[in-house]
Write a new protein. Structure first.
Length: 70
């Protein structure tokens, strides 16, 4: 996980420019990359079951939505 402090150090090392953590946060918001968090997944997750669910269940709402807005 990238913290604001870590990103600030990475900028400081090669360029010799120090930014406050607030400034790094503002830059990150413009870059849309720093605030990303890892996706949470259940330990018990069964990938085979998820794949079957996506194939059978997930497309249904898209079809219904497309028919509703024609």
């Amino acid at each position: 996980m990238w913290t604001l402090k870590r990103v600030g150090v990475l900028i400081d090392r090669p360029y010799g420019v120090r930014f406050s953590q607030v400034h790094v946060w503002h830059c990150g918001a413009r870059w849309a990359s720093i605030s990303q968090k890892p996706e949470r997944r259940a330990i018990e997750r069964d990938e085979a079951v998820v794949a079957v669910w996506k194939r059978k269940t997930c497309p249904v709402p898209k079809k219904l939505c497309a028919k509703a807005f024609r």
